[in-house]
Design a protein around this ligand. Structure first.
Ligand SMILES: Nc1nc2c(ncn2[C@@H]2O[C@H](COP(=O)(O)OP(=O)(O)OP(=O)(O)O)[C@@H](O)[C@H]2O)c(=O)[nH]1
Ligand SMILES: [Mg+2]
Length: 270
C-alpha cells in the first residue's frame, strides 16, 4: 500500500469512529499517524523533484512582508493597488491574478512589502492547481491577511484549513516543550504544568508512532495531541494573521451588524 492509500485507510477509519470521550485517544493517535504519513509524502515529493516545493520566487524587500490570502475575486488586487504603488490586474472574473504581485507601502516610516496572490480554493493544499505554491508564500510572511467578501463571509475556515494543511498555524505560538532523544531508559516525562488535554499514555503512544522509544520530555504548557504531533513532525510555521471583510460598500449598516454577530473572529471592515 502506498502512502496516499494508507492515509485514505486511516481517514476512513476515522470517519467510522464516533467521537466521544472513549474514542478521543484513538482518534488522536490516528491523526498523529496521518500527520506522519503526510510528512513522509512531502519528503518523498521533495526527493523526487530534487528541490523543495517552494512558493513563487519573490525577493523579500522592506521591513516586513504581508501576504493576501483569499478566494478568487474577493478584491485582493484592488486593495493592493490602493495601498501600494503596484498595478495588479483587476477584473470581475475569477483567477485574474496568476502570479505573485509585489507592492510597497509606507507606513509611519516603515516600508511594508505587500504580496498579492492568485485566489485559492478549497483543496488548494492538496496540490490542486497552483494551490500549494500560492499557500507556501504565506510561510515566511510576517503577517497573513485573510480576505473575505461581504457576501461570502464564512470562508475563513477554508483559508485557515488550507494553510493548516501545509503546516502554517495562525496566531499561535510554538508549543513550549522540549524532546531530547536518549539511547535508553524509555520515555521520561517532566511535567511543569498539569496536562488536561492529553494523557501521559497518549503522549507516549504518539512518540512511539514517530519511532521514539527513549526520550526526555519536558512539558511547560498544557498541550493538545495536535500540538505535540506538530512539534515532533517539525516544519511547521507559526504566522500572525488578521481577517479583512471586504466590499462592505455593497451592503448597509444593518446587514453588516447582523453579519458580524455570525462571524467567529474579529474582522477589519474595508
Ligand atoms: N464594490 C466593491 N467591489 C470591489 C471591491 N474590491 C474589489 N471589487 C471588485 O471585485 C472584483 C474582483 O476584484 P479583484 O481585485 O480582481 O479580486 P481578486 O481577489 O484579486 O481576484 P483574483 O485575482 O481573481 O483572485 C472586481 O470587479 C473589483 O472591481 C470593493 O471594495 N467594493
Ligand atoms: Mg487578483
Amino acid at each position: 500500500m502506498g502512502i496516499p492509500e494508507k492515509i485514505k485507510a486511516i481517514q476512513d477509519e476515522m470517519a467510522k469512529t464516533q467521537i466521544n470521550k472513549a474514542t478521543n485517544h484513538h482518534i488522536g493517535l490516528l491523526k498523529a499517524k496521518i500527520a506522519k504519513l503526510k510528512r513522509e509524502q512531502e519528503d518523498k515529493e521533495i526527493q523526487k523533484k530534487g528541490v523543495k516545493t517552494d512558493g513563487f520566487d519573490v525577493r523579500r524587500a522592506g521591513d516586513a512582508t504581508v501576504v493576501f490570502i483569499g478566494l478568487p475575486s474577493v478584491g485582493k488586487s484592488t486593495l493592493l493597488n490602493k495601498l501600494t504603488d503596484a498595478k495588479s490586474a483587476v477584473a470581475a472574473y475569477q483567477f485574474t491574478t496568476l502570479t505573485v504581485v509585489p507592492g510597497m507601502m509606507e507606513y509611519r516610516g516603515a516600508k511594508i512589502q505587500v504580496l498579492d496572490l492568485p485566489g485559492i480554493i478549497k483543496g488548494a493544499s492538496s496540490g490542486k492547481g497552483l494551490g500549494k505554491r500560492i499557500l507556501s508564500v504565506a510561510r515566511s510572511a510576517d503577517l497573513v491577511l485573510l480576505m473575505l467578501d461581504v457576501f461570502q463571509p464564512f470562508h475563513e475556515d477554508v483559508l485557515v484549513n488550507e494553510l493548516g494543511n501545509i503546516g502554517i498555524r495562525l496566531n499561535r505560538l510554538p508549543p513550549n516543550i522540549t524532546i531530547e532523544k536518549s539511547s535508553m531508559g524509555g520515555i521520561a516525562i517532566a511535567q511543569q504544568v498539569k496536562l488536561t488535554k492529553i494523557s501521559e499514555q497518549h503522549l507516549k503512544d504518539i512518540l512511539h508512532i514517530y519511532g521514539m522509544v527513549s526520550a526526555r520530555v519536558v512539558i511547560r504548557e498544557d498541550i493538545t495531541s495536535e500540538q505535540l504531533a506538530d512539534h515532533i513532525a517539525g516544519n511547521i510555521s507559526y504566522s500572525k494573521s488578521l481577517t479583512v471583510l471586504n466590499k462592505i460598500d455593497l451592503v448597509n449598516r444593518e446587514f453588516l451588524e447582523d453579519l458580524k454577530t455570525k462571524i467567529k473572529s474579529e474582522v477589519i471592515e474595508v
